[in-house]
Design a protein around this ligand. Structure first.
Ligand code: BTN
Length: 241
């Protein structure tokens, strides 16, 4: 993994997409702070300007493009395993949020890079709250937490970054070649919503639909049951538990 470290970027994802052609496969673009951190559904990603949280984007250009869509789920597992080494018990909320104690600690934003209508690879961005202030967390719309709060200790960002990237590289080739099947067990062990009533949205403020979450299929998609008993496979969206 090659690391590019910046003090401030607008967004590590935006910067990596803007420089995608010049960047090597398996480059990690890291920033101490972002002025325009982005989340899924055009949400804002809030992080402190202190350089003590994880704001990073992996630039990935694998030969096999078939399983690119599963890499967010792969990174979820990697992050959960990394957090576990700090003694916390993370849960995965489909498709790609990691929660601790029911509160979000990590968000992942995967964006494809296209050229002449062909996918050249992805920028897989991740933000992890390592050393957030309680007060700042309170201002985030949805329940959020940070590793320092969960463990009661200041977290060494570089140590966390090394553990995360090591874990990422361990099974990355398998994830790229075999997709969800290669980390299915690790993913399923950590999910928190199966067998429950969930709401699903495709964007903020869109009507929420209520479903029964049945299973994750062999591709990593969510299979739900509608109120009238119909089975439906969902490929993307946001779950509200
Ligand atoms: C989400 O939960 O909706 C995804 C949040 C992703 C945040 C990370 S921080 C590093 C990278 N750069 C961004 O602008 N976003 C991602």
């Amino acid at each position: 993994m090659k690391f590019l470290k910046f003090k401030t970027l607008n967004s590590t994802n935006t910067w990596a997409l803007d420089h995608f052609d010049e960047l090597e496969n398996l480059t990690a673009v890291c920033a101490d702070s972002q002025t325009n951190g982005r989340g899924r559904f055009n949400r804002v990603w809030v992080s402190q300007d202190c350089g003590e949280n994880i704001c990073l984007s992996f630039v990935l250009k694998p030969e096999n493009k078939k399983f690119l869509a599963n890499l967010t789920q792969y990174l979820c597992v990697v992050t959960a395993k990394t957090l576990e080494t700090y003694g916390v018990e993370p849960e995965i909320k489909w498709p790609n949020d990691v929660l601790v104690d029911g509160k979000k600690i990590c968000g992942i934003l995967c964006e494809a890079f296209l050229k002449h209508n062909a996918i050249k690879g992805v920028v897989l961005g991740i933000g992890v709250n390592l050393n957030m202030d309680k007060d700042l967390l309170k201002n985030i719309e949805k329940p959020a937490t940070s590793l320092n709060i969960e463990t009661g200790k200041k977290i060494d960002r570089d140590a966390f970054l090394n553990l995360l990237t090591e874990e990422f590289l361990k099974n990355y080739e398998n994830a790229v070649e075999k997709g969800f099947a290669s980390f299915e067990r690790d993913y399923l062990q950590r999910i928190n919503f199966l067998g429950k009533k969930v709401y699903l949205t495709q964007r903020d403020n869109a009507p929420k639909e209520e479903f029964f979450a049945q299973k994750i299929d062999e591709n990593g998609s969510l299979v739900v049951k509608t109120a009238d008993g119909l089975e439906k496979t969902v490929f993307s969206g946001d779950l509200i538990l």
